[in-house]
Design a protein around this ligand. Structure first.
Ligand SMILES: [Zn+2]
Length: 189
């Protein structure tokens, strides 16, 4: 039997922006303590209202008076910080952001044939930032060398930047999938 208490739960701040992916165990603590409300089909539920919700065939944990349904999204009513730097800038995460696709030619070779390219070369003061690192296949990487985009006559398929929340969620979930209930919050962020 899968560990129901380990199921991923999306945490939203006061503005309904995703800030974190947590586990059901922690979500129940937040809900029980009144820090968070469960969000389902556009309605917010405090712990008392939530425990009266029928679980039907959704994942749930047994409690004295029946079962407690695992919420898929919780809302932190008083938390107004906006997420920043939630995913570490790393080679692996830059590749995940770019969908393992060369940002110059658009090819998706096997991972061992992918490199990370500094858009503004390090020799010209290019920094290690989300905005300056892109996934590149080895031939494109070699072709560009230590030149700027203009000098190399190359173009990026899209402007690199901090990953969108849909990507962050994928990174946090490892190889798992985001729950369909998360979609409205991931797409807008
Ligand atoms: Zn390429």
């Amino acid at each position: 039997m899968p560990d129901v208490l380990a199921l991923p739960v999306l945490v939203l701040n006061r503005f309904y922006e995703p800030v974190q992916v947590t586990c059901a165990r922690r979500a129940f603590v937040l809900l029980y303590g009144g820090t968070a409300m469960a969000l389902e089909d556009g309605e917010l539920y405090d712990f008392d209202a939530w425990r009266r919700r029928p679980a039907d065939d959704h994942p749930a944990v047994p409690i004295v008076s029946g079962v407690l349904k695992v919420p898929r999204v919780v809302h932190l009513c008083r938390y107004d910080k906006r997420p920043r730097g939630v995913v570490r800038l790393s080679r692996r995460n830059v590749m995940l952001r770019d969908g393992h696709q060369c940002q110059y030619c658009g090819k998706r070779p096997p991972m061992r044939e992918l490199n990370i390219d500094h858009v503004v070369p390090r020799s010209r003061g290019g920094a290690d930032t989300w905005e300056n690192l892109v996934t590149s296949c080895k031939p494109c990487n070699l072709k560009k060398g230590a030149r700027s985009l203009d000098d190399a006559g190359m173009r990026l398929r899209q402007a690199p930047g901090r990953p969108r929340w849909s990507t962050v969620a994928r990174i946090l979930l490892g190889h798992g999938d985001a729950h369909p209930a998360w979609a409205p919050f991931l797409e807008s962020a």
